[in-house]
Design a protein around this ligand. Structure first.
Ligand code: BV8
Ligand code: ZN
Length: 254
C-alpha cells in the first residue's frame, strides 16, 4: 500500500474518531461539495461563463450596469442546478446532523442541494439561488422558474427583481453571521469541506474555532490557505471521504 494511501487511511480513521467524540460540530461547505453533483465551482476550471469570472458577475456594480447579463448567468446556473441532485457528501452531512446533538451546517453555497439532501440546521451565508428580492418593495420570495422569462424579471409592484444572494462587496445578514460565529466559537470540531477558503467573512470561521481550541479537519481536492493550520487536511473528494468518515464515526449502513 503506497505511503500516501496508508497515511490517508490513517487520516480518515483519525477524523472518524474525532467526529465520534465531538460534542459540538460545525461544517463549513463551499462549491467543492456540489462539484460531484455536476455544478461548476467558482474558481475551478468550469467556473467561467461566457469567459467571464464569477467575481465580475456577482457584484452590485455588474447588476446595475447590465442586469440582463447578470440575470442570464443566474438563469443559466438555475437551469444547470435544476438537473442536479445531492451527492453522497450532501447526504453524509444530513446523516451527521441526525447523529449529532449540537450541529450546524454553515454553507457558502446558494444551490439548495443541502436542503434537498435533508439537512435542516443550515446557515446560508451567501443567500439562496432559488429566492428573488424586489429592488423596489423589498419583498423576498421563493422562485423556482426555469427558465425565467423575460429577463430581468419584474415584481407585481413593477420593481425589478434580483437574485436573493450576497454579492461581493455586499454585507452578509448580521443575524446569520452572528449565528455562524457563535456556532464556530462553541464548536469543538469544525469540518471545512470543498472551499478554497479565500472568501471572507466565511473563511474566518475555522480560524475563530481554531483560536478557541477546536479541532479543524479540511477535505479538499487541492491545498488551500487553511491547509497549513488545519489539524487534518485530507486531499480528496468530499463525496467519497466524508461518507467514509461519518460511517466510521456513527456506524450505520455499510
Ligand atoms: C463583504 C454568492 C464587506 C453569489 C458569493 C473589496 C471590496 C469589497 C469586499 C472585498 C474586497 N476585497 C475582499 C473583499 C471581501 C470579499 C472577499 O472575500 N473577496 C475575496 C474574493 C478576496 N467578501 C465580500 O465581498 C463579502 N462581503 O465582505 O462585505 C462589507 C462589510 C460591511 C458593509 C458592506 C460590505 C461577500 C462575499 C460573498 C460573495 N458571494 N456567492 C453567487 O453564488 O452567485 S461568494 C462565492 O465564493 C460563492 O458563494 C462560493 O461558495 C464562494 C467561495 O468559493 P468556494 O465555495 O470556496 O468555491 P471555490 O470554487 O473557490 O473553491 C472550491 C474548492 O473546492 C476548490 O478548492 C476545489 O479544489 C475544491 N473542490 C472541487 N471539487 C471538489 C473539491 N473539494 C472536495 N471535493 C470535490 N469534489
Ligand atoms: Zn416589488
Amino acid at each position: 500500500m503506497s505511503h500516501t494511501r496508508t497515511s490517508e487511511l490513517n487520516a480518515v480513521a483519525q477524523a472518524g474518531e474525532w467526529l465520534a467524540g465531538a460534542q459540538s460540530v460545525v461544517a463549513l461547505t463551499g462549491a467543492g461539495v456540489s462539484a460531484e453533483s455536476g455544478l461548476p465551482t467558482f474558481r475551478g476550471a468550469g467556473g467561467l461563463w461566457r469567459n467571464r469570472r464569477p467575481e465580475t458577475l456577482a457584484t452590485p456594480e455588474a447588476f446595475a450596469a447590465d442586469p440582463k447579463t447578470v440575470w442570464e448567468w443566474y438563469d443559466w446556473r438555475r437551469s444547470v442546478h435544476a438537473g442536479c441532485s445531492p451527492n453522497p457528501g450532501h447526504h453524509a452531512l444530513a446523516e451527521l446532523e441526525r447523529a449529532k446533538l449540537e450541529f450546524w451546517l454553515v454553507t457558502q453555497n446558494v444551490d439548495g442541494l443541502h436542503e434537498q439532501a435533508g439537512s435542516r440546521r443550515i446557515l446560508k451565508l451567501h443567500g439562496d439561488l432559488w429566492k428573488v428580492r424586489c429592488l423596489t418593495c423589498g419583498r423576498e420570495e421563493r422562485d423556482t422558474r426555469v427558465p425565467i422569462d423575460p429577463l430581468p424579471p419584474y415584481c407585481s409592484c413593477g420593481g425589478m427583481l434580483r437574485p436573493a444572494v450576497v454579492w461581493f462587496g455586499e454585507s452578509l445578514s448580521e443575524e446569520t453571521l452572528r449565528a455562524a460565529f457563535d456556532a464556530a466559537a462553541r464548536a469543538d470540531l469544525v469540518l471545512v469541506l470543498g472551499t478554497s477558503s479565500v472568501v471572507y467573512p466565511a473563511a474566518a470561521l475555522p480560524r475563530v474555532a481554531l483560536e478557541r481550541g477546536a479541532r479543524v479537519i479540511e477535505i479538499n481536492l487541492e491545498p488551500t490557505e487553511l491547509s497549513g493550520v488545519a489539524h487534518l487536511s485530507l486531499r480528496g473528494k468530499t463525496g467519497e471521504l466524508l461518507p467514509e468518515i461519518v460511517r466510521r464515526a456513527f456506524g450505520g449502513a455499510p
